[in-house]
Design a binder for this molecule. Structure first.
Ligand SMILES: Cc1cc2nc3c(=O)[nH]c(=O)nc-3n(C[C@H](O)[C@H](O)[C@H](O)COP(=O)(O)OP(=O)(O)OC[C@H]3O[C@@H](n4cnc5c(N)ncnc54)[C@H](O)[C@@H]3O)c2cc1C
Length: 416
């Protein structure tokens, strides 16, 4: 794999970019691997990267139903943060944010990382108390969160002119999370793909897994695909939104529900917002992309759904909430809207775990799981390679549902 460097870029610019080699191979599908990772989204690819880089395991196939990086990683609003609530969650996300910060160097691929911080706009006393409590807990784990007065908030986000004293929900205060960042989701997927391919891991696109197969002893033997049966002693599911559909083919029911989450982007505007703005009481958050588009997300619709479009009532609620706080955006045109389907566990925390089916592993429950990709990959790789949970992921095993040891998190940026 040619390394990207200033020299390399200049050389290819001079030859009008005609001489770039393919960034990853399209190898023949073998019949046997040590490990099959199902899903070439962020978590599947990051897991392969840690397996190859840290543990030297490369006889691995990443099987992807569509094209790599075309699932929820392509649909998300790229907010990376660690302002969680529980002692179990915060260290995991602190690690993930730190791994994201150095990902461009680690992958030798420009992820367009922008560490711009996130401000939480607080409009109810309940939310003020919740975020103050988060701040105190986060402080114990090295995640930064600091209170902002309303005038400081308005100086930081001049476009935020709504929420005055006469508003239905006046702004009471804010918390600023300087560790938060955004980056480019395609680059993250492509960077991992390029790096794992160079280490010998195989990526097979257009290869949906239709069933997980088990032997007479109940252990996993491999997977069925339209391209034939593929054998492996270890199979890990990283198929965000589709986990239950697949696990049920192995007779395994998981405590997950699939829900719809949607987002929209506006036409490009001149630079006007340089932080991520999150308004948990109203259920809207937004940032401005490098192209100038406002990237806007709403709250989840908690009804079970496999839809990948936008639910109209969520769209209307989100836009109304945004205009409450940013009335000057009322003439802005929205260009695109889309949804994704995520699986959520009862306690809204992730599952990185072995299962009751020997050889079957699962990484799921990622409803705000973009920010978790580097640490999720690290922890699933550790589990696959060593058989024991990574210390950061010990609280996120399936056993917690048996022993009622929930890690209760309202895990989205919009806190619903
Ligand atoms: C609108 C929206 C906004 C979001 N915003 C944020 C945010 O700001 N911050 C944040 O942290 N998170 C956010 N998320 C959540 C985040 O996108 C997901 O939690 C995360 O991408 C899930 O992990 P993944 O990348 O591995 O999933 P995916 O990219 O969905 O990867 C799973 C892959 O598995 C493949 N697959 C499925 N079934 C099969 C099968 N049978 N065989 C083979 N392959 C299969 C899929 O095609 C897919 O490519 C958002 C999600 C949505 C929908």
């Amino acid at each position: 794999m040619a390394r990207f460097s200033v020299l390399n870029l200049a050389r290819n610019a001079i030859s009008e970019h005609r001489n770039w080699a393919a960034q990853w191979r399209a190898p023949e599908l073998k019949t046997d691997y040590d490990i099959i990772l199902v899903g070439a989204g962020g978590h599947g690819l990051a897991t392969a990267w840690h397996l190859a880089r840290v543990y030297g395991l490369t006889n691995i196939a990443v099987l992807e139903a569509g094209w790599l990086g075309g699932g929820n990683i392509a649909r998300n609003t790229v907010t990376i943060r660690s302002n969680y609530m529980r002692d179990e969650s915060i260290p995991f996300y602190v690690k993930s944010v730190a791994l994201f910060d150095r990902l461009t160097k680690d992958l030798n691929f420009n992820t367009m990382h922008s560490k711009r911080g996130m401000v939480d706009v607080l409009q109810t006393w309940g939310m003020v108390r919740d975020r103050r409590r988060r701040r105190l807990t986060m402080d114990l784990h090295g995640a930064r969160y600091r209170p902002l007065s309303v005038p400081d908030l308005r100086r930081m986000v001049p476009k935020l002119t709504g929420g005055g004293p006469d508003a239905r929900l006046p702004i009471l205060g804010a918390e600023f999370h300087p560790d938060a960042a955004v980056n480019r989701h395609d680059a993250v997927a492509w960077g991992y793909a390029r790096a794992i391919d160079a280490m010998g891991v195989e990526i097979h696109q257009n290869t949906p897994v239709t069933a997980i197969t088990r032997g007479a002893d109940g252990a996993v033997t491999g997977v069925e695909t339209p391209r034939g049966f593929v054998r492996a002693g270890k199979v890990a599911l990283a198929v965000s939104g589709h986990t239950t559909t697949l696990s049920e083919t192995a007779g395994l029911r998981l405590p997950l529900r699939t829900i719809n989450l949607s987002a929209f982007v506006s036409e490009p505007l001149q630079p006007c917002i340089d932080v991520v703005v999150n308004c948990p009481d109203l259920g809207v958050y937004l940032s401005q992309s490098d192209k100038g588009e406002l990237v806007i997300g709403g709250a989840t619709d908690l009804g079970q759904s496999f839809r990948r479009d936008v639910k109209q009532h969520v769209f209307e609620d989100t836009v109304a909430a945004m205009l409450d706080l940013f009335p000057s955006f009322r003439r802005v045109k929205l260009l695109r809207q889309w949804g994704g389907h995520l699986d959520i566990a009862h306690d809204a925390s992730p599952i990185i775990s072995t299962t009751d089916v020997p050889g079957l592993f699962v990484s799921a429950g990622w409803w705000g799981g973009y920010k978790a990709i580097p640490a999720g990959g690290l922890c699933l790789a550790h589990l696959l390679a060593t058989g024991s949970p990574h210390p950061l992921a010990t609280p996120f095993g399936l056993g917690r549902f048996r022993h009622l040891e929930y890690v209760l998190e309202a895990g989205t940026t919009t806190a619903r």
